[in-house]
Design a protein around this ligand. Structure first.
Ligand SMILES: [Zn+2]
Length: 261
């Protein structure tokens, strides 16, 4: 294992103190640029974290706040920070940001990329000058999967978003949680492979006969599942079943049981 390559010039991050099984070591708020920076995902409204962000851009002429998606560990701090900095917030949920929109910084432009799947309004940010993508919650650092669960999550869209990310051919992927991926193409391939393997597991869990989503979850995730991740696993199982139904592999019966198609 060689040392991790240095971060691209103009990139900093500050981690919010909101570690949990789903947020890993906490939300990473990225700052791109110095004189005219963009601040990506201020995180929850934790004032010490937001004050640290404000201090980090104190010398900037103007700053822009970007939001990947409207989840509680990403977006709520934007309001406080915008007021403190006199900055504008660009977010899909506010109607101020959409796919293809370009945000200029002194470290290069950021381009918003539609990446639904984890959340319907999810945007990633492509940073061509650094050959990098900020992927929000599409991928989690150090893992091979991220949460996709209804009603917001949609596995069919998620798989298409991973392909869209791959088509950008980035060298680096910066997730909102966990360490960056320096093997971007291989990492995306691992994420896609994981989804294929899970789909196969869901199908074999239904091979003995029709079953409820809860029973399928038990068969796929097993007894070793961290109780704190149980709700996430139940949601993920439903996302697989809905995707497999859409592609004609399973059917939902009366009473909420699922069967092979
Ligand atoms: Zn999220």
């Amino acid at each position: 294992m060689g040392a991790a390559p240095p971060a691209p010039a103009g990139l900093r991050f500050i981690r919010a103190p909101n570690a949990s099984p789903l947020t890993l070591d906490g939300t990473r708020t990225y700052i791109v640029g110095r004189r005219r920076p963009a601040i990506l995902d201020p995180g929850p409204e934790l004032v010490p974290h937001l004050a640290a962000l404000a201090a980090a851009v104190a010398d900037a002429g103007s700053a822009t706040i970007l939001v990947t998606h409207d989840h509680p560990d990403h977006a709520p701090g934007a309001t406080w920070l915008a007021a403190r900095l006199g900055a504008s917030v660009l977010a899909a949920s506010a109607g101020t940001l959409g796919p293809g929109d370009v945000v200029e910084t002194d470290a290069g432009r950021l381009v918003a990329v539609a990446t639904p799947g984890h959340a319907a309004d999810h945007l990633a940010f492509h940073w061509p000058a650094a050959d990098a993508v900020f992927c929000g919650d599409l991928m989690l650092g150090g893992q091979d999967t991220a949460l996709v669960a209804p009603p917001e999550g949609d596995l069919t869209e998620y798989l298409a978003s991973l392909e869209r990310l791959r088509a950008l051919r980035p060298a680096l992927i910066y997730p909102s949680h966990g360490e960056p991926f320096t093997d971007a193409d291989a990492a995306i391939a691992r994420y896609l492979r994981h989804r294929e393997e899970r789909q196969a597991q869901i199908l074999s869990a239904l091979a003995p006969g029709a079953a409820t989503a809860d029973l399928v979850m038990g068969r796929v995730y097993g007894a070793g599942l961290d109780p704190r991740l149980r709700a996430a696993a139940a949601g993920a199982t439903l996302a697989y079943l809905q995707h497999l139904e859409r592609v004609g592999r399973v059917r939902c019966l009366e009473g909420g049981r699922w069967t092979l198609a």
